[in-house]
Design a protein around this ligand. Structure first.
Ligand code: ADP
Length: 154
């Protein structure tokens, strides 16, 4: 019984760690990159989601596996089709700040049925533009839990 409480306390502790300490490298493409090149990039980088940026380096879109699959159905020329046509665009992107917690990240992913979140800093408050500083995925949360379990058995 005591042990159950201990695990719960540890789990709560993990989820209150900040996103900044767990974020991974974001894989970024320019928004005029072709769907064909984006698919190649997805395999090369071994990720599930790519982020598109505009010419100022500001976050412009999210490109997931399903977005790429949808675009690949039909007989479009994938090397002529820019990702900007198929991506989820600003202001519809769910983002997270480095100071927020893993708990907030987990909630945003579950509530919005998405696999990952771009970690951002505000670039220009007025224009609502963001710079990419990382990414958080469902795997990030799982990894944090596994680390906690390892520490516990020490
Ligand atoms: P998959 O397509 O591999 O299932 P997701 O579940 O993450 O990956 O993506 C589902 C849809 O949600 C896609 O259309 C994608 O563009 C969009 N999406 C993914 N991440 C975000 C995000 N952080 N904010 C807004 N939309 C997103």
């Amino acid at each position: 019984y005591n042990d159950k409480f201990k695990v719960k306390r540890q789990a709560e502790k993990v989820l209150h760690h900040s996103v900044n300490n767990y974020k991974a490298h974001p894989i970024v493409v320019g928004k005029s990159t072709s769907v064909y090149d984006a698919i190649v990039q997805l395999f090369l980088e071994d990720v599930g989601t790519l982020y598109a940026v505009d010419s100022d380096g500001h976050l412009a879109g999210v490109i997931s596996r399903k977005d790429l699959l949808r675009a690949s159905l039909g007989n479009q020329n994938l090397s002529e089709l820019p990702v900007s046509v198929i991506m989820t665009r600003m202001p519809n992107i769910i983002t997270i700040y480095p100071e927020e917690t893993l708990l907030e990240a987990a909630k945003k992913m579950i509530q919005n049925h998405i696999d990952s979140l771009p970690v951002v800093r505000e670039a220009d408050e007025q224009k609502n533009t963001y710079l990419l500083v990382g990414r958080i995925t469902k795997t990030t949360i799982t990894k944090a839990y596994l680390e906690m379990m390892d520490e516990k058995s020490d």
